[in-house]
Write a protein of this length. Structure first.
Length: 252
């Protein structure tokens, strides 16, 4: 994987991604889910694939770290400790293969994984022992390095713990902050030049903060079911197009 490929995006595309970051954060805050996946698939459709997972991860790191700090006292710290221990192992294993992953196969994996998250039945992992927590951290962190969108899997796992709303939000945000931090470390170690993308990342995080604020303001005024179905359809179309691009480049 060529992490030093200087395929700079246009100013128009930069503006589009900044606005999209704000809109997808608005969706997540107002509807509860969908924004991170939409941002990931859109970025994979328009950006150099080598930059998509690390840049998306850095943007999501900013978003989740902000929520973690605001809800810090509600975190299930026992869960976070074992989840992080597993995440460290998952990140270490991924560091041996992330540099050599073919970009077209990564594009195909992202599209397929998003379709699975949208339409498939997510596995229910109810094991709450220290080992179970560590395995959940290991598996989801490893997957996050290649498909970027581990949030729904982490959320599904934490839902089985029966947390009340604030404890769930805090523990989820802390777990995702950990994963995205490890992702940044793995990709930086593999040679990804984060500094080239920092102005865009900072602008997207800022737009995301505004989108989150607006989304929370309108949380009870939006018909969630209708919007979630629309987001699901848009995501499916983008994912299928992404997979088509990958198949066309791989086999034709």
């Amino acid at each position: 994987m060529d992490f030093f490929s200087s395929e700079f995006i246009s100013p128009l595309l930069s503006v589009f991604l900044i606005v999209l970051a704000g809109f997808t954060s608005f969706l997540t805050a107002a509807l509860g889910a969908g924004g991170g996946l939409l941002l990931l698939v859109a970025m994979a459709s328009f950006m150099p694939m080598a930059a998509v997972i690390p840049v998306h991860g850095l943007v999501q790191l900013g978003s989740n770290a902000n929520r973690m700090l605001l809800t810090f006292r509600h975190i299930d710290k026992n869960m976070l400790i074992y989840f992080t221990l597993g995440g460290l192992v998952g990140a270490l294993v991924s560091s041996f293969v992330v540099h050599d992953l073919p970009l077209d196969w990564m594009k195909l994996a992202v599209g397929g994984f998003v379709l699975f998250l949208l339409w498939g039945k997510k596995p229910s992992i109810k094991e709450s022992s220290p080992l179970g927590k560590a395995i959940a951290g290991l598996v989801t962190t490893f997957l996050s390095m290649f498909v970027g969108a581990s949030g729904p899997l982490v959320g599904s796992y934490l839902h089985t713990k029966g947390y009340e709303k604030m404890r769930f939000t805090a523990t989820f945000s802390a777990s995702m902050t950990m994963q995205h931090t490890l992702k940044a470390i793995v990709y930086a170690t593999a040679g990804f030049a984060f500094w080239q993308w920092m102005p865009l990342v900072i602008a997207m995080i800022g737009a995301g903060a505004i989108g989150t604020w607006l989304g929370l303001k309108l949380l009870h005024k939006i018909p969630a079911a209708r919007f979630q179905r629309l987001v699901q359809i848009v995501l499916s179309v983008l994912s299928i197009n992404l997979m088509y691009q990958a198949i066309d480049e791989l086999f034709f």
